[in-house]
Design a protein around this ligand. Structure first.
Ligand SMILES: Nc1nc2c(ncn2[C@@H]2O[C@H](COP(=O)(O)OP(=O)(O)OP(=O)(O)O)[C@@H](O)[C@H]2O)c(=O)[nH]1
Ligand SMILES: [Mg+2]
Length: 246
């Protein structure tokens, strides 16, 4: 199945987008696959090596990346660190209540849903993957570093990348959601492989229209779709983009 990954900084609105996009496609419920990263103990010490070294610093450098899928859309590439999987079915509004929130790093693992998109007389299916937010630099919390590492590993195996940027905070220095190095890295990585667009989110909020302009100025040559994950604005355009890429 084709995979479409949703990524971006914490609090950008990734989870709300995934859940409301499912609702937009007429899902009343979603069955979410949670893939929790499992810490790999260092032999004989019981210590997670990544937690000690901070090796999950955010990097999507396509040149230094050692993943075999790093240079293209390789559906066979692995999903990174070992994971423990479980499924849970929610009514959409219950999932919104339980899985989204204003605190950064609400999502700590890959959370995917399988969606059906109408295509001509038939349907196309896609696995839409919500991820843990990416931050600039090395995060001090080992659990968050592991989650970010899992996000980065899964990017390379995805066919489509939806990169969410909070347009209402795009130019606000110091805000956790403000555009940062990680956004430039994602865009630079995506430029080499296609199947990529930027969703400029929260356009219902004050200042977001200026934010959309700033995003367009900073990322010339990329498709930028203004959306409100809250009010499902711009979702028709997102659906058309995803269908084109499937
Ligand atoms: N006004 C408005 N609020 C939004 C929009 N999208 C998301 N939010 C709010 O922003 C906050 C973060 O949304 P989430 O979907 O949890 O963000 P996330 O990117 O998944 O965050 P992490 O899991 O922490 O990385 C929540 O309080 C949402 O209700 C939007 O389009 N408009
Ligand atoms: Mg989330």
């Amino acid at each position: 199945m084709r995979r479409c990954i949703v990524l971006g900084k914490p609090n950008a609105g990734k989870t709300l987008f995934v859940l409301h996009f499912a609702e937009f496609l007429h899902a009343k419920e979603v069955t979410i696959k949670f893939q929790e990263p499992v810490a790999a103990p260092r032999k004989g010490t019981g210590v997670d090596p990544e937690a000690r070294t901070g090796s999950a610093a955010c990097s999507l450098d396509p040149v230094s990346g050692s993943d075999p899928g790093a240079h293209g859309r390789n559906p066979g590439a692995g999903f990174g660190p070992s994971t423990s999987e479980h499924f849970k079915t929610y009514k959409i509004q219950d999932a919104v209540r339980d899985l989204t929130g204003p605190r950064p790093h609400t999502t700590r693992c890959l959370q995917s849903v399988v969606l059906e998109l109408p295509a001509g007389k038939g349907k196309k299916t896609v696995e839409l993957i919500d991820t843990s937010g990416l931050t600039d630099g090395i995060h001090q919390d080992a659990e968050i570093r592991r989650a970010m590492s899992q996000t980065l590993s899964s990017v390379r195996a995805a066919h489509i990348i939806l990169h969410i940027i909070d347009a209402s905070k795009a130019g606000k220095k110091g805000a956790v959601e403000a555009m940062g190095d990680v956004d430039y890295q994602v865009a630079a990585f995506a430029q080499m492989r296609g199947g990529y667009c930027i969703l400029a989110n929260k356009i219902d909020l004050p200042g977001a229209r200026d934010g959309v302009k700033k995003i367009r100025d900073e990322f010339p040559g990329h498709i930028v779709i203004p959306i409100s994950a809250l009010y499902k604005e711009g979702f028709k355009e997102v659906k058309a983009f995803v269908l084109r890429e499937l």
